[in-house]
Design a protein around this ligand. Structure first.
Ligand SMILES: NC(=O)c1ccc[n+]([C@@H]2O[C@H](COP(=O)([O-])OP(=O)(O)OC[C@H]3O[C@@H](n4cnc5c(N)ncnc54)[C@H](O)[C@@H]3O)[C@@H](O)[C@H]2O)c1
Length: 317
């Protein structure tokens, strides 16, 4: 099938591209390279059509989705802190950009749109594990924009009959995930250990997260597009959770670090507990969690260390 992956030069998008090619599909990537890196796609560059474009550019988007069977929409302004710093840009890309993708897909007869949604739309948990029916109460502009994107994606199915899926990703980690000022905890801890700096924990470290390995998540993402019965919302996590204090132990072990921990005040917008119920994905997407956290962290370390020794992770844009 002919697939389009928006945000395909990003961390998760690139893994979706690898899995889609592996499954024998034809892949086009559309990405403006604002946070993605062309070199993420180095190993498949001969096999992928790349369009450097913004999802807010409607003309290019319409051209790009004509003749496409399935659209995987991962392009987004990502991260809670980035959205707090710039809520207008966040909503412009995540809400209006998603609407552009949906409308272009509808007009050009795309068979299905799969959206990368986020567990960040849920807010504080009332009951664990978090099912797909858990109330939504986002704690950041990013959570709000992803919630709107998800709702719009589902409405396009209900009103226009465009088959759509929203995948609520939990905390994703793995190779290609770079450290940045808005980054996730695993790349931040990895860099702090490598620099022999103290690890900053916001709060008492008892908060828990569901970390899912990017390879497992990317496989589920491709399946969500290609399996006919996949429709609606699915959680994609590991179905297990770990406290940040315990994550520190596992990471110090995998990265052979012994750096001290520094406790800082809780960050605005941080939730206390997160754990995905993945039953629906197991049933409908044939989803399997194959990579444990220590194994996934070893894959991440094996990707990060050689670059670290050469001076850091390069991003070609
Ligand atoms: N990383 C996580 O833990 C996580 C968790 C939940 C949901 N998600 C979602 O998964 C998706 C991918 O996230 P990621 O972690 O790979 O981030 P990323 O920043 O690596 O990827 C986003 C990609 O989108 C591209 N992009 C951004 N704005 C664009 C625009 N206006 N037009 C075209 N391309 C644009 C970027 O250049 C980048 O390649 C996002 O939709 C994100 O909301 C990620």
């Amino acid at each position: 099938m002919r697939l389009l992956v928006s945000g395909g030069a990003g961390f998760i998008g690139a893994h979706v591209v690898f899995q889609a090619l592996h499954a024998g599909h034809e892949v086009t990537v559309l990405d403006n390279l604002s946070s993605g890196c062309l070199n993420n796609l180095d190993k498949v560059k001969e096999d992928v059509r790349f369009i450097k474009a913004d999802i807010r550019n409607v003309d290019v988007l319409h051209q790009a989705v004509s003749h496409i069977d399935i659209v995987y929409h991962l392009a987004a302004s990502v991260g809670m802190q980035r959205s707090i710093d710039n809520p207008f840009l966040d909503s412009d890309i995540n809400v209006m950009g998603t609407l552009n993708i949906l409308e272009a897909s509808r007009k050009h007869g795309v068979a299905k749109v799969v959206l990368a949604s986020s567990a960040g739309i849920l807010g504080e948990s009332h009951q664990l594990p978090l099912s797909e029916n858990h109330p939504k109460d986002p704690t950041s502009p990013y959570g709000v924009s992803k919630m709107a994107a998800e709702a719009m994606t589902l409405v396009y199915n209900r009103i226009y009959g465009l088959p759509t899926v929203a995948l609520r990703y939990f905390n994703v980690y793995g190779p290609l995930q770079r450290f940045d000022a808005y980054g996730n905890v695993i790349p931040i801890f990895a860099q702090q250990i490598l620099k022999q700096e103290p690890l900053n924990i916001y709060g008492d470290g008892g908060q828990t997260r569901d970390f899912v390995y990017v390879g497992d998540l990317a496989r589920a993402t491709v399946m969500a597009g290609t399996m006919d019965k996949a429709l609606g919302v699915y959680n994609i996590g590991s179905g297990t959770s770990i406290s940040i204090n315990d994550l520190v132990h596992v990471m110090q072990d995998v990265f052979e670090g012994g750096v001290p921990v520094r406790y800082l005040p809780v960050k605005l917008g941080d939730v206390r507990h997160s754990l995905a119920s993945i039953d629906r994905a197991i049933t409908d997407l044939n989803y399997h969690v194959t990579t444990s956290l220590p194994d996934g962290l070893r894959h991440y370390r094996d990707w990060l260390l050689p670059q670290w020794e050469k001076g850091g992770t390069e991003c070609v844009s």
